[in-house]
Structures are given as structure tokens and as C-alpha cells.
Design a protein around this ligand. Structure first.
Ligand SMILES: [Zn+2]
Ligand SMILES: [Zn+2]
Length: 714
């Protein structure tokens, strides 16, 4: 009787044996339902063995093998295995995190046909169809079969009911590439460096100033991959960037099947996209970090846009870096990977400097006549802000309004004010579950914790002394929105942050309004900074960036520079020249000076020198063991025992003492951590592999723990 070794989503670093009536090697990679305790879990068959170490009476019979989809291919399982070993998480947890939710259930898939095409009646109906929605749906179906996901479900149902559309079995036309712009010489050089290189793995760092046309370089490289019948994987840092990119791909690659994998995609559609990737039917797979796990049998190119972005690092569960896994996948598949950024991460920059990655630079904007914006520093000591706005910025805003141009005011703090305080006794509204203040939100009149989500009503009087004069301190986007509306009553002010864009469809609606010119002043957080093209914006004002200069995290300057550079890049993307005004008390700070000169390289070199000197990444490799508990003593106690259980051989390693985390209390849990560093990745990996075995064997009580390899937050 064959034994199935199954990976299950359990915090145990091993596979689980089940007896099967029959199984063949082709079942490896298939999903299977198995009993576990009283539950039924869905797992993936990793091995088929002749015998088990378990006593026969303890071996339970497996449930049905789910043969509703092809087995996960060996290359895919190898990627999952690598992630499991590198990030020190059980294989079953990695596989579970990688699979779309629909495939994690112990039920066979029942997906509707993936693609629809016009019937003859539908073709005849294209012109006469009067109903606007139906007409639009018919237009979307166009000349070839289209994925069901390309159509509003109600419209599709109506077309099928009326016999105008039917599931398509016909072959799609070969994808074409529409060349729209003549490339600049720098773009030509970048494209040709990538497309004429010998076949095989190579990582490229495409460092291009904002507006330099990195996307156009990606498109040409993707065109080359598609022409040789290969698939392209494109990762972007933020869900909000996918519709824009998807539209661009659809327009420039008619006939190509583009699928999107993000957490916002509906469960069935995501499963459908996954299967289209796995079958090779999808030529372009676009998505956020989770898309790095898409099965891609004909992978020909990997692109990671804004590779420096922290959102590529998963911060809970399996803590992987999608950027790093993307490079691994390209390496494993023997294909090129393009990492694009205006402000590369110090990691990638260092690899490019050492020759490990090939550096390709785009130093000028691509659009004829468009140049980099003028960045000016407004000295807050000389021109003190009133209600957050300096006189210089207020005048510049007024001038844009008079010329009917758009402005963007950037403040990376949402809510109305970060603190509500009592002027009488000094009471400050704090979160009862975190070591953090509650943020005042006036839009829905709540106090809210930005760490754990706790909400409270705004008190009418001070809970300590009864004083009714509670005052907001500091300012967030809501307060600036209010100030701008009062200062410029005729202006249409649009606030764009994660509060205002939370409801489904809001972001799309706002983006449309901005593009149509239905807003004069945009106020927003870093949501606005990332990769969006707002051609009407000619002025960017930056408020309160100094706060980030004071942060203790050694990565803060790198992030602040990237963020300011990005947001500054929103100004003057079209023909009108852009201006950026940064309000600061420290106009001589090297970070601001580098921003004024648009000089990334010298800034990066200076940061790299500091990190090398101080022994920080990327010049050392790190992992942290974190623990949390209701009591700090318990978390620290666990880490102490973990340290005692660590392998004795620590050549080339530094293992530090347990300490409380900087935000020590989060959501009612006290948190502590222990740092391990090494100049040798191999030594660190060897240590972690041995140590994690010991950790899984430890009794933890109610302490929760995890390892974070290559952590980016402390
Ligand atoms: Zn008080
Ligand atoms: Zn909280």
C-alpha cells in the first residue's frame, strides 16, 4: 500500500504520512483531502513512499486526491521548498500561503469556463445593440475570446442568456505588441542590453529617474518574451497600481492573456488566474507580492517594479521577500530579472556596484520637453508654517489654482491629528492595547489606533480631570484637507489616503477624477507617491518630512529619500514644468540636499559607507527571533531559553541578547526579540536550520514566536 507524504498547513516542520489505496508518481504535486484529528485538511502530496516510520495502526487513510486541476509542477514545488528552508517555515505553511484561498479548501474546484467569445449572433449584434451596458460588454469581448474576468459578471450573464456570447474553446490569436513611442537612446540601450544578452539568468538593476520610462523598457522586454512564447511575471508594490498596469498591458499587447493576482481579486477569479498561469494560457501574470508564487511553466522574464518598496516583504505568517524570491525564481528558471527603481534599495545598489547585478541607468525623463522638477527647500525657521502651510507654499498653491493646474500636498500621516490631549492635566489619548497614541479621526468622529485598529468615541471631556478643552496636536491629512478648504474656498480638494480609498471602487473613482481634472488640490499619504502618473500636477508640497529624520531605525533615511523622491517625481510629468517645495527646519541636511540635486548615487554611496562601518545590512545578514506574550517577562524568558537551546557552534555569527521591541506592546501582547547577525549567509542559514528544529521542539506555553529572516522592521 503506497504511503503519501503530505505537506499540511501546520506549525510543524515535517511532512505527514497517510495510507492510500493507490497512487502514482504523477500524483506528486496534487492537492489531497486528509483527516487530521477531527478536521479535514487540504494538503499537497510531496512524496510517495513504500513504507512509513509510523506504526501501521497509527497510519490513517488519505481522503480523495483532488484531481480537478493539474498537479503543481516540480519547479513550483522546488520554489516552495526553497522558501520553506530559507525563511525557516514548514513547507506546508509556505504552500498554504502561496495557494489562492479557493485551492486551500478540501473541495473540488468548480470554476466557470475561463474565457468567452462572441457568438455569430453576438457579432451581428455588436452594432445594433442599444443598451449601453450590453454594448460595452460586447465591445469588451471584441475580436477574440476574452477571460470571463474581463467582463462585469452581470453583463456576461446577460450576454450568455441572450445567446450573444458563449464559452470559447477557440485558440486565441497570437499576442501582438503595439509600439507607441520612439524610445530614447537610454531606453534603447537598456532594452538591447537585456534582450540581446546570452540566454540564461542575469539580474538587471534598472535605475531610472521618475518619468524616465522604465515601464516602456519592461514592455519591450515582455514583448520579446512573448514573441518567443514565454511568460512574463510582473510584480508591483501596491494593489492600486495593478489596474493602471493591467490596462497598459491590455492596450499594448492585444491578444495576450493578462491575469492579475492580488488579495483584492475575488476568490474564483484568483483561482482562475492561477490555473491560467499554470497551464501557460496566461502570457502575463501581474500582481503584488503574492504573485511571486504563481506557477509559470514557460517563465521567460521577471520584472519587479519599485523593487525598493517595503511592501514586497510579507510581515506576518511566512515572512518572505517577494523581490528576493523573484530573483531566486529567475535564477532557477535561467531567465533574466529586471529590478526597476528610481531609488534602488541599498541591497540591490550594492549588488549592482559589485557587478553581481548589471546596472542600467535612465538619467533623463523620456517625454520630450519634460524635465525633472525644481526642488526647493522652504526653511521653516524663516517661513514658519501657519496651520501646516508656509507662506511660500500657500502662494504657490494659489498660483496653480489661478492657472488651473493641479497641486499635490504630501503628508505621510493619515487622520486628523496624531494626538488628542488635555491642556489641563496633560492626559493623552492612548491605546489600551499598544504602546501608542490614538489618532484623532474627525471624518467619522473616532479615535483610532493605527497599530491594532482599536476604536473609541472621542471623549467630551478629559477622563482624568474633567476639562472639556481637549485639543488635537499635530496634523494629519484630514486636518490639512480642512485647512486647504478654508484657505482656498473655490478649490476642489481631494484627500487620497487609505481611509478615503478603503471602500471598493473608491480609488478607481478618485484616479478618474484626478485624470479628468475634477480636482485642484490632492492631499495624500504615500499612496500618492507610488508610481502614479498624474500629468496635470505641476506642484508638490511636502509637509513634516523632518519627523522621519528623527527615527531610530537605520533604514529610515533610505525610506524617506525614496518616498520624497517618488512624490517629487509626481510633479511636471507632462509638458508643464514641475515644482516641489519641501518644508523643513533642516535645509542643510544631506538628504534634502541630495533631493534638490536629484542625486541618488552619491546619497546611496554615503548611506552604504555608514552601513558598512556600523555593520548593518546589506553588509551583514540578519535574522531575528521574536516572541510575544501577555507579559513581557514571559516573552523575554522564552527568548532566554531559546538562546540556551541554540547550537553551540557559532563560527562567523553574532548572537545578541533578548530585548523588548521598539513598539513593545502591540494589540495587548508584549513583544521582544533576539538578533542574529553574520557576514556569511551560509553560516547564518546553517545556524538557523539547526536552531529552528530546537525551537519547534520547545514548550512555549502561551508565548508565540517566529523567525524573521532578512527582517526590515524592528
Ligand atoms: Zn485632563
Ligand atoms: Zn492599538
Amino acid at each position: 500500500m503506497p504511503i503519501l507524504r503530505v505537506a499540511l498547513d501546520l506549525p510543524l516542520p515535517r511532512l505527514f504520512d497517510y495510507a492510500a489505496a493507490e497512487a502514482s508518481p504523477s500524483d506528486v504535486g496534487r492537492r489531497i483531502a486528509v483527516p487530521f484529528g477531527r478536521r479535514t485538511l487540504v494538503g499537497v502530496i510531496i512524496e510517495i513512499a513504500a513504507e512509513s516510520a509510523l506504526a501501521p495502526e497509527r497510519l490513517r487513510p488519505a481522503g480523495p486526491i483532488l484531481d480537478d486541476m493539474p498537479a503543481l509542477p516540480a519547479e513550483w514545488l522546488a520554489v516552495a521548498r526553497f522558501a520553506s528552508e530559507y525563511y525557516q517555515r514548514p513547507l506546508g505553511e509556505v504552500i498554504h500561503a502561496a495557494l489562492p484561498t479557493r485551492l486551500r479548501r478540501p473541495l473540488p474546484l468548480r470554476l466557470p469556463p475561463a474565457a468567452y467569445a462572441l457568438t455569430d449572433a453576438g457579432r451581428a449584434a455588436v452594432l445594433p445593440a442599444r443598451a449601453k451596458a450590453k454594448r460595452a460588454a460586447l465591445d469588451l469581448l471584441g475580436d477574440g475570446p476574452q477571460p470571463a474576468s474581463a467582463l462585469p459578471p452581470a453583463a456576461l450573464r446577460a450576454l450568455v442568456r441572450d445567446g450573444l456570447a458563449a464559452p470559447a474553446e477557440a485558440a486565441r490569436p497570437a499576442p501582438r505588441f503595439v509600439e507607441e513611442h520612439a524610445l530614447t537612446p537610454a531606453q534603447v540601450a537598456a532594452v538591447s542590453a537585456i534582450t540581446t544578452a546570452p540566454a540564461g539568468y542575469q539580474a538587471y538593476l534598472l535605475a531610472g529617474v521618475t518619468g524616465s520610462g522604465k515601464t516602456e523598457v519592461y514592455l519591450h522586454c515582455i514583448a520579446r518574451a512573448l514573441a518567443s512564447e514565454r511568460q512574463a511575471l510582473v510584480l508591483v508594490p501596491e494593489i492600486n497600481l495593478t489596474p493602471q498596469m493591467r490596462d497598459e498591458f491590455a492596450r499594448r499587447f492585444p491578444g495576450a492573456r493578462v491575469v492579475t493576482l492580488t488579495s483584492a481579486v475575488a476568490a474564483n477569479e484568483r483561482a482562475e488566474a492561477w490555473l491560467a498561469a499554470q497551464s501557460g494560457a496566461a502570457q502575463i501574470v501581474l500582481g503584488t507580492r503574492l504573485a511571486v508564487f504563481a506557477p509559470l511553466p514557460a517563465l521567460g522574464l521577471v520584472v519587479v517594479d519599485e523593487e525598493q518598496d517595503a511592501s514586497f516583504k510579507q510581515q506576518d505568517g511566512v515572512r518572505y521577500s517577494a523581490r528576493d524570491l523573484a530573483v531566486y525564481r529567475a535564477h532557477a528558471a535561467g531567465v533574466p530579472v529586471v529590478l526597476g527603481s528610481a531609488t534602488p534599495s541599498l541591497e540591490s545598489w550594492t549588488h549592482a556596484r559589485s557587478g553581481r547585478y548589471r546596472l542600467l541607468e535612465l538619467k533623463a525623463r523620456a517625454r520630450p520637453g519634460s524635465r525633472l522638477p525644481d526642488v526647493r527647500l522652504v526653511d521653516s525657521r524663516v517661513d514658519p508654517p501657519v496651520e501646516g502651510l508656509s507662506a511660500t507654499l500657500a502662494e504657490a498653491l494659489a498660483a496653480r489654482l489661478a492657472r488651473h493646474e493641479q497641486s499635490l500636498v504630501f503628508l505621510n500621516r493619515r487622520g486628523y491629528a496624531p494626538v488628542l490631549a488635555c491642556g489641563g492635566c496633560g492626559w493623552i489619548g492612548g491605546c489600551t492595547r499598544c504602546a501608542a497614541h490614538l489618532v484623532l479621526h474627525t471624518a467619522d468622529r473616532r479615535l483610532r489606533c493605527h497599530h491594532c485598529g482599536l476604536e473609541a468615541a472621542i471623549p467630551r471631556h478629559c477622563p482624568v480631570c474633567g476639562n472639556v478643552d481637549l485639543a488635537p496636536f499635530g496634523r494629519g491629512t484630514q486636518r490639512i484637507e480642512e485647512t486647504l478648504a478654508a484657505r482656498f474656498p473655490a478649490a476642489r480638494v481631494l484627500r487620497i489616503d487609505s481611509d478615503s480609498t478603503r471602500a471598493k471602487g473608491r480609488w478607481e473613482a478618485m484616479r478618474g477624477a484626478v485624470h479628468r481634472g475634477d480636482a485642484d488640490i490632492l492631499v495624500g499619504t504615500q499612496i500618492l507617491a507610488k508610481g502614479h502618473d498624474f500629468p496635470r500636477v505641476t506642484l508638490v508640497g511636502v509637509l513634516n518630512a523632518d519627523a522621519a529624520l528623527a527615527a531610530a531605525d537605520y533604514r529610515a533615511p533610505e525610506r524617506l529619500f525614496a518616498q520624497l523622491y517618488q512624490v517629487a517625481g509626481r510633479a511636471g510629468r507632462a509638458a508643464a514644468p514641475g515644482e516641489v517645495l519641501v518644508q523643513t527646519r533642516y535645509p542643510d541636511h544631506p538628504l534634502y540636499q541630495a533631493l534638490v540635486r536629484h542625486e541618488f548615487a552619491p546619497f546611496a554611496e554615503a548611506l552604504a559607507a555608514e552601513r558598512r562601518q556600523a555593520g548593518f545590512p546589506p553588509f551583514v545578514h540578519e535574522a531575528v527571533l521574536r516572541a510575544d506574550s501577555a507579559r513581557l517577562g514571559d516573552a523575554l524568558g522564552f527568548l532566554g531559553r531559546a538562546l540556551a537551546a541554540a547550537p553551540a557552534r557559532r563560527d562567523e555569527l553574532s548572537v545578541f541578547d533578548p530585548v523588548p521591541m521598539s513598539l513593545a506592546r502591540l494589540a495587548g501582547r508584549e513583544r521582544a526579540q533576539l538578533l542574529v547577525q553574520s557576514h556569511s549567509r551560509r553560516a547564518l542559514q546553517g545556524f538557523l536550520a539547526e536552531w529552528s528544529q530546537a525551537l519547534y521542539a520547545m514548550r512555549t506555553g502561551e508565548v508565540r514566536w517566529h523567525l524573521d529572516v532578512d527582517p526590515i522592521e524592528f
